[in-house]
Design a protein around this ligand. Sequence first.
Ligand code: ATP
Ligand code: MG
Length: 561
Amino acid sequence: MEEVKTVESVENEAGSKNFIEQIIEKDLNEGVYDHVTTRFPPEPNGYLHIGHAKSILLNDGLAKKYNGAFHLRFDDTNPTKEKSEFVQSIKEDVDWLGADYKGKVLFASDYFEQMYEAAIKLIKKGKAYVCDLTAEEIREYRGTLTEPGRESPYRNRSVEENLLLFEEMKNGKYEDGSKVLRAKIDMASPNMNMRDPVIYRVAHMSHHNTGDKWCIYPMYDFAHPVEDAIEKVTHSICTLEFEDHRPLYEWVVRELEYPQPPKQIEFAKLYLTNVVTGKRYIKKLVEDGIVDGWDDPRLVSLNALRRRGFTPESIRMFVELCGISKSNSSVDYAMLEYCIREDLKLKRSRVMAVLEPIKLVIDNYPENQVEYFDVMNNQENEALGTRKVPFSKVLYIEKTDFMEEPPKKYFRLFPGNEVRLMNAYFVKCESFVKDEAGNVTEVHCTYDPQTRSGSGFTGRKVKGTIHWVSAEHAVPAEVRLYENIVDEEKGKLNEDGSLNLNPNSLTILKNCYVEPSLKETKAYDSFQFVRNGYFCVDAKDSSKEHLVFNRIVSLKSSFKI
Ligand code: ATP
Ligand code: MG
C-alpha cells in the first residue's frame, strides 16, 4: 500500500469533479446514453463493511446527481457460497445508509433464463462452443503470460452440435465438470481472460432462489455484463482488480448486441489503517472469541459501526472526503473519527457521566437538600433545549479529578484548591479520606452559595472545571472504551501471518454513573459525555436494568481540517 491519505491530502481532490462524473457527463453530452443507471451488486456471502459503503454511496450518489436510478442487485449466480441470511443483513445495511433503490431488490438469479438465451445467441453466432476438456486441461491449454494458449480440439464444433450439447447440459445429461460452454475469442490474446473463457458450467446443485431448476450456472464474467445490460445499467462501477476483465465485459455486451450497452469503470478499493476488513481474519477473530461477533464495535462491518454509534451521515461524509481514485491507498482511521465528531457535535446532548467515580461530599451543603439546575443540552445549539440536572450534598466525580499531590499545571481538585463544578457551584477541597490500601475514597469540599451557575457571579475565577453526578440520583452504567484492534505502526501481521492484536482494544468500566436523564435511553441513542467523548447505547447488551454505553470516539483529535 503506498501512501496513507489524511484529511489534508484529500481535501483538494474532494471538491472537483471526479473522473467517473467526467465520464458520465461526457457520455450524456455525446448521447451515448439517454439516462444514468448504476448498481451495487453484492454477493450474498458475508456482511458489508466500510469499503462496500463506499461503493454503495458512490453509485447511489451518482444516480441521484444525474437523476438516474440506483439498483440493489444480489449477485447470486454461484449456488455454492450464498446464504439467504446475508440478503437480509445487506438490505438492512443499504437501507441504513440511505441509498435509494426504490424498494425494489433485484436478484441476478431471476435472469437465469435470459442468460441462457444469451448463451444460445452466442452459439448461434459461432461465438461460443461446448468444450469437453477437463478443468485441468483447460488450464494447461490456456498457456501462460509469456506463451500463447492452444485451441481446444472441440473449438470447431458446428453450431448445431453446440446447440444440442448445450441443451443436453441444461437438461442434466452430463456430470459436473464434464462439459463447459466457452466463449470463442482468442487463444493467443495477451489478456488471459480473453483466451476462450468458460461462460457456463455444469453444477448439480440447489440454488437458494431457483432450487433445482438449473444444473448449469453462468460464470461471473459472463453473467455480470448480461445482468447489467438487462437492467439497462449504464455505468457499471467496480474495483480495480476487474480492470483486466474489462475487455471481456465489452466483448460480451458487444456480441450480444445490446443497445446502449453498459460500460465498466474501475476505481480503487477503500483501505483503512488500524482495522481488519478481510472476511478470513474477522471469521477467526469471531471464532477465537476475541470479538463478540461480526458486529463487535471494534470492527468496521456496517453493523459493527452502527453498534459503535457511527451515523450514516458520518459515513457519507467520510466517503466524500476520501474521494475516488484509480490507485490504491489507505485512509487513516482518524479520518473516520473526525467525521463522526463533526456529525455529532451539534446534534447530540452533552451530558454528565462519571466513568471512574470517587465520592465528593460538600460538608456545608444541607443534608437532604436537592436542587435542580437548568442545563442547556448543547451550548452550541440552542434548539436542543434544556434539561434539569439534580444536585445534592454527595456527588460522584472522576477519580482523576483529584490529586493529593498535584504536579504543576494541575488545576483540578487538590487540598486547598477551588474548582467549578460544571453547571453548579465553586467548591474548595478541604480534606480527603483514604482506605487501608491508600486509595482516596472521598474528597471533602465546601461550596460557596454565591457562585451558583447562572447567578452572574464574577467575584473570582477558578482555573479548573470538573463534571459530576448526584450520587443519590445517578444511574449506574457499564461503559466500554475501545482502541484500534490492530496496531498498524507495529505492523498489521505477525511473522506467522496472524494478526498483531492490540491487547488494550477493549476496556470495560463496570462502575460508572450517568445522570438520571439517561435512564430512558434506547439502543443506538448517542450523547456527548462531557470531557469523555461521544457514547452510544449498546444495541446488544444494554437494557433498562443494566445500561451499557460504547465510546464511539474521544473528544480530542490529532486531526484538523
Ligand atoms: P471483500 O473482498 O472485501 O470481502 P467482496 O468483493 O467479496 O468484498 P462483493 O459482494 O463481491 O464483496 O462486492 C460488492 C461490491 O462492493 C463490488 O462492486 C466491489 O467492487 C465493492 N467493494 C468491495 N470491497 C470494496 C472496498 N474495499 N472498497 C470499495 N468497494 C468495494
Ligand atoms: Mg467478491
